[in-house]
Design a protein around this ligand. Structure first.
Ligand code: PEP
Ligand code: MN
Length: 336
């Protein structure tokens, strides 16, 4: 339920409504707009009719049900686009944000070299995995905390904010102490314990769609994070499983306008994991910008042929520079 306050409602009246919502067993999520404050009352839906009583409280204009099952993620709750800040980058704002870097952190030298490429090309956020969710238990699993230390050090040397994956609820505090944004990978999109844990983190979250998750399921996963108290969630379409085998996954480009219609959260595309082949990364990045995504996350490696993970889909530095030139030209044409 949304409780819409009158435009002249006082702070005290808003506080009273919040206290009342909590006294009847719901969680209050206030959101102040330019005109007025609205308060989302979310919780168990069984006796939501009781919330209608809020219309009798001083300062309340009206109550409105939120029809979607994802309440805080829905456009009904929050009409304007949300902007998520990661260092100096603003995802969901006027600028198309490029996050780039290697799939896995392999050494300080490798990450630093990648970061210089990202920075030189004009990328705003450095990616790099320290905990890798690998299909095979025999594949490289990541440098773990050593990798996080490398990530922090490279961020300090280049000034780039960072995004890195966390796969275990027990590691959220650790990862949060080193990185600027927490990635939830495709395989963990419905790991509810992990979603709740990052929902309590203070860092923003990059939530990737699973290879078998519907758009509604993705939004319900975002709802776990939002309802746990973390409002800074960015959604990422990274390809889904279909019958097609020519690409690693099938990039669901329609997910972008569909999500933009349903939610206020920023939406980015990962063309690298969608395609599985560096050759398709530049055209898919152009498609991401053209379809209205807020940014991309791409894999870049100084020597993809030597990469310990996802080399086939990683761009060489010169290809990354070409991608950035294309992005700038297209952004200028489309966004002014
Ligand atoms: C990654 O970003 O390297 C990764 C493992 O991505 P995904 O979870 O989308 O497969
Ligand atoms: Mn990867």
């Amino acid at each position: 339920m949304i409780i819409v306050m009158k435009s002249r409602a006082t702070e005290k009246q808003i506080e009273n409504v919040i206290a009342w919502i909590e006294s009847v067993g719901y969680k209050a999520h206030p959101s102040s707009g330019v005109e007025r404050t609205i308060i989302g009352a979310v919780g168990d839906q069984r006796d939501k009719a009781a919330l209608k009583y809020a219309e009798n409280l001083p300062g309340v204009e009206k109550t409105m049900p939120i029809l979607k099952p994802y309440k805080l993620a829905s456009r009904e709750f929050h009409e304007e686009d949300s902007v998520v800040r990661v260092g100096a980058a603003e995802i969901g704002g006027p600028e198309f944000v490029v996050m780039a870097g290697p799939c896995a952190i392999e050494s300080e030298e490798q990450l630093l070299e990648s970061a210089y490429v990202v920075k030189k090309g004009g990328g705003q956020i450095l990616r790099g995995g320290a905990f890798k969710p690998r299909t095979s238990p025999y594949s490289f699993q990541g440098m773990e905390e050593e990798g996080l230390k490398v990530l922090e050090s490279v961020s300090g040397k280049t000034g780039l904010p960072t995004v890195t994956e966390v796969v275990n609820p027990a590691d959220v505090d650790l990862v949060e102490s080193y990185a600027d944004m927490l990635q939830i990978g495709a395989r963990n999109v419905q790991n509810f314990a992990l979603l709740k844990k990052v929902g309590h983190a203070r860092k923003p979250v990059l939530l990737k769609r699973g290879m078998m998750t519907t758009i509604e399921e993705l939004l319900m996963s975002a709802e776990y994070i939002l309802s746990s108290g973390n409002p800074n969630v960015v959604l990422c379409e990274r390809g889904i499983r279909t019958f097609e085998t020519a690409t690693r996954n099938t990039l669901d480009i329609s997910a972008v306008p569909v999500l933009k219609n349903l939610t206020h959260l920023p939406v980015v595309i990962d063309p690298s994991h969608a395609a599985g082949n560096w050759k398709y990364v530049i055209p898919l990045s152009r498609a991401a910008l053209a379809v209205g995504a807020d940014g991309i996350i791409v894999e870049v490696h100084p020597e993809p042929e030597k990469a310990v993970s996802d080399g086939a889909q990683s761009l060489k530095p010169e290809k990354f520079y070409q991608l950035m030139d294309d992005v700038r030209a297209l952004a200028k044409a489309m966004r002014g």
